[in-house]
Write a protein that binds this ligand. Structure first.
Ligand code: N15
Length: 209
């Protein structure tokens, strides 16, 4: 727990004042194996050198973010996700950047992607499915209580913790409820609710569909 606080929030300065924000750099981490690749960069297993704390380090290329014009969206995602604290929502511990890249310090989910697990067994037993759905319901109640709508709930965006806990991992489409209007649709339409497909106004219930 001390490590955890040390790691994510507090940093003791030499003049013994406590600042809330630690400025991270790549030198603070040992980088391990690649965990996956996304549209704008890769995710690596990483270990914070001082504490030994294991994280998933996501590396995004600024040039690609710029040419896709998604910097504003990334800022919004960071702003949203960094304030969320729930067992069933993947933590964003912090971020840093250099000239070429943006780095996101994300929670490491030791049991990987729910999607892969589902493919391996073809279908979950009712009991297992019910447990995932219950955890999803907890996560969504929490998100919606913070006026965050996810808008892209699907198996590909779900990771599993050490004891198989469900972790919602991707906030690429999330919005704070008051701004919830429409946006250009891209990506898979498989899990989109009718009101989003038809471009109508929508609210938190899109996450239940
Ligand atoms: C802009 C921002 C705040 C959004 C932050 N969220 C994301 O970027 C969503 N994201 C999460 N993108 C990548 C990940 C991600 C986090 C991918 C994989 C993992 C992760 N944490 N842990 C993993 C992980 N654990 C694994 C175990 C076995 C095999 C693969 C694994 N991947």
């Amino acid at each position: 727990m001390v490590f955890f606080l040390n790691f994510s929030l507090f940093h003791f300065r030499e003049d013994s004042s406590v600042s809330e924000i630690k400025r991270w750099t790549l030198n603070d981490f040992d980088i391990g194996r690649a965990l996956g690749k996304g549209k704008f960069g890769h995710v690596y297993l990483a270990r914070e050198r001082k504490s030994g704390f294991i994280v998933a380090l996501k590396v995004l290329y600024r040039a690609e973010l710029e040419s896709a014009n998604v910097e504003k969206q990334l800022r919004r995602e960071i702003e949203i996700q960094s304030h969320l604290r729930h067992i069933n929502i993947l933590r964003l511990y912090g971020y840093f950047y250099d000239e070429k890249r943006v780095y996101l310090i994300l929670e490491y989910a030791p049991n990987g992607e729910l999607y892969k697990k589902l493919r391996a067994v073809t279908k979950f037993t009712e009991d297992v499915a019910a447990q995932y759905i219950q955890q999803m319901a907890h996560a969504l109640l929490y998100l919606h209580s913070k006026h965050v709508i996810h808008r892209d709930i699907k198996p590909e965006n779900l990771l599993l913790g050490l004891r198989g806990e469900l972790k919602i991992a991707d906030f690429g489409w999330s919005v704070h409820a008051p701004e919830a209007r429409r946006q250009t649709l891209c990506g898979t339409l498989d899990y989109l609710p009718p009101e989003m497909v038809e471009g109508r106004e929508h609210g938190r219930h899109v996450d239940v569909w």
